[in-house]
Design a protein around this ligand. Structure first.
Ligand code: ATP
Ligand code: MG
Ligand code: MG
Length: 546
């Protein structure tokens, strides 16, 4: 393993293994199935599965499904898909916290028997008020005086569904004056009557995070439980529960790391769900969404996302990662891999008056600096299309492409020169009449003509029509809060772009560089038979700041 990746969590794992504290490292990735996983989850997946892999341990995939109101089976599937797609394997170790409801209940009963938990009947507002503040100690509810027998009976009746939601909660008896607010008799169970997506109406009480998480970790034999910094104060509760129940060693320990925050991105399933529900995006897998399914459909490779997560590393302090780093990661991954092809996004017809017949030009798919083999035939004839932006009648200074006075090279083919500009009644250019230099063919050019650039083009009759979708950032501000910050221009659809025929006929790859336009991927969801749709994964250069 490279030194670069030996972060503080790996240092802890190495120490624990060296000291013989654990025989094997066991981590877990514990998402709640209440939405599609996002790039922040990728960070946690890469961390947890990565540590298990690096130290020959194992990583469990656990659905942390203790909230019947928000969880669904389709999210379970989306999470599994995402982890697999990123290249990780949980093997046999796929679990549900909901499978532990019976055991968790028994642990709660044990705490009650020990006098360490009680049924409280204050309402939500009173609970908050009694808890005190950071500067004021809290006070304990009168209900904390209930006897063990009364608590056992009430808890049993809560389970059976005899009380309305909010009537009672189960709390740990810890310390209402603790400087750590989380230790002021934390809630362990609450009443919920909504059916659970897996256990249906079996349960009317559901364990809180603080109670379920440490015990689920313990039940599964987790050694290192990594969570984000917001849970730092929960660690004391985590330890209190395991210590009070005197669980058998070896027991798990919690460690915190900084969550991934990224500019121009919202990173919370709740906020992402809002975008889906309001119809601001096509769905969880919209190619603009920061979900793993969204990046996948857009054309990101799993390698690029894993590399990104390794590049940002894990730290002990929160920070905001620049989204351009993720864009760098995908360019860096695709640049040495993918074929270069030509696609004209805004076609302008060019008729080469002195060209007769047709030919096929052999052109490599890869530039010299990409060590890959492969080429295709480019059909060429007197009618071609170039991009509108590659011709200027009144060029600004420094314009290197085709103008009435300046020839240009057609990539892999000939140099052409503009003879005449044809316009419609509105004055819009509809066609260029041109002339080519027969001795200027790329690779055997003896024309002696100097050009300043080469542009992409396609042969008119043989080009395929494709839809192209260009994406911009979903949010227009660095620190977006919600739908009000959406970028209205995040999607630009080009209904009819023209692409060279080899792309669809030969399918040399799944991802392409369209010369000078960026990296593209055939959208597996939006494409239909006879109607291919290409997503721009990322432009060639970071041009957003301009
Ligand atoms: P969200 O607010 O998006 O719902 P969450 O933390 O509630 O996030 P969970 O499904 O509970 O989502 O998270 C599963 C795991 O992923 C947790 O261990 C959590 O720490 C981790 N995780 C979630 N968001 C991030 C993030 N932005 N960066 C790193 N890890 C994250
Ligand atoms: Mg959570
Ligand atoms: Mg959440």
């Amino acid at each position: 393993m490279s030194e670069k990746r030996k972060d503080f969590l790996r240092a802890i794992v190495e120490r624990d293994l060296a000291e013989g504290k654990y025989k094997e490292v066991v981590t877990r990735f514990p998402p709640e199935p209440n939405g599609f996983p996002h790039i922040g989850h990728a960070k946690s997946i890469v961390l947890n599965f990565g540590i298990a892999r690096d130290y020959n341990g194992r990583c469990h995939l656990r659905m942390d499904d203790t909230n019947p109101e928000t969880e669904e089976m389709r999210y379970v599937e989306a999470i599994k898909d995402a982890v697999k797609w990123l290249g990780f394997d949980w093997g046999e170790h796929f679990y549900f916290t909901s499978d532990y409801f019976g055991r968790l209940y028994d642990y709660a009963v044990e705490l009650i028997r020990m006098g360490k938990a009680y049924v409280d009947s204050l309402n939500e507002e009173e609970i908050r008020e009694y808890r005190g503040t950071v500067t004021e100690p809290g006070r304990r509810s009168v209900y904390a005086e209930r006897s063990v027998e009364e608590n056992l009976e009430l808890f049993e009746r809560m389970r059976k569904g005899e009380f309305p939601e909010g009537a009672h909660v189960l709390r740990a008896r810890i310390d209402m004056a603790s400087p750590n607010m989380k230790m002021r008799d934390p809630l362990l169970y609450r009443i919920r009557h909504t059916p659970h997506y897996r256990t249906g109406e079996t349960w009317h009480i559901y364990p809180m995070y603080d109670f379920a998480h440490c015990l689920s970790d313990y039940i599964e034999g987790i050694t290192h439980s990594f969570c984000t910094l917001e849970f730092e104060n929960n660690r004391e509760v985590y330890d209190w529960i395991l210590d009070t129940l005197q669980v058998k060693p070896p027991r798990p320990h919690q460690y915190e790391f900084a969550r991934l925050n990224m500019n121009y991105t919202v990173m919370s399933k709740r906020k992402l769900r809002e975008l889906v529900e309001k119809g601001a995006v096509e769905g969880w897998d919209d190619p603009r969404m920061p979900t793993i399914a969204g990046y996948r459909r857009r054309g990101y490779t799993p390698e690029s996302i894993v590399n990104f997560c390794e590049m940002i590393g894990v730290a002990k302090a929160n920070s905001v990662v620049d989204v351009s780093l993720l864009e760098f990661a995908i360019r860096d991954d695709l640049n040495p891999k993918v074929p270069r092809v030509m696609c004209v996004l805004n076609p302008l017809k060019v008729v080469i008056e002195n060209y007769e017949g047709s030919e096929e030009i052999d052109a490599s798919y890869y530039p010299h600096d990409v060590p890959k083999e492969g080429s295709r035939k480019l059909p060429f004839s007197r009618e071609i299309y170039i991009d509108r932006s590659d011709f200027e009648e009144n060029p600004p200074k420094g314009y290197y492409r085709l103008t009435p006075d300046q020839p240009v090279r057609l990539k892999h083919a000939y140099i052409i020169r503009c003879k005449e500009v044809i316009k419609d009644e509105e004055g819009e250019i509809i066609e260029i009449r041109a002339e080519y230099y027969p001795d200027s063919r790329s690779g055997s050019d003896t024309s002696g003509i100097k050009v300043k650039s080469a542009i992409q083009w396609v042969e008119a009759k043989r080009a395929d029509r494709v839809e192209v979708r260009l994406y911009d950032r979903l949010f227009r501000v660095e620190n977006p809060q919600g739908p009000e910050d959406l970028n209205p221009d995040s999607l630009k659809i080009i209904p009819e772009a023209l692409i060279e025929p080899s792309v669809l006929a030969e399918k040399p790859d799944e991802r392409f560089q369209f010369e000078r336009e960026g990296y593209f991927y055939l959208d597996p969801v939006a494409s239909e038979e006879g109607h291919p749709v290409f997503n721009r994964i990322v432009p060639l250069k970071d041009s957003w700041a301009k």
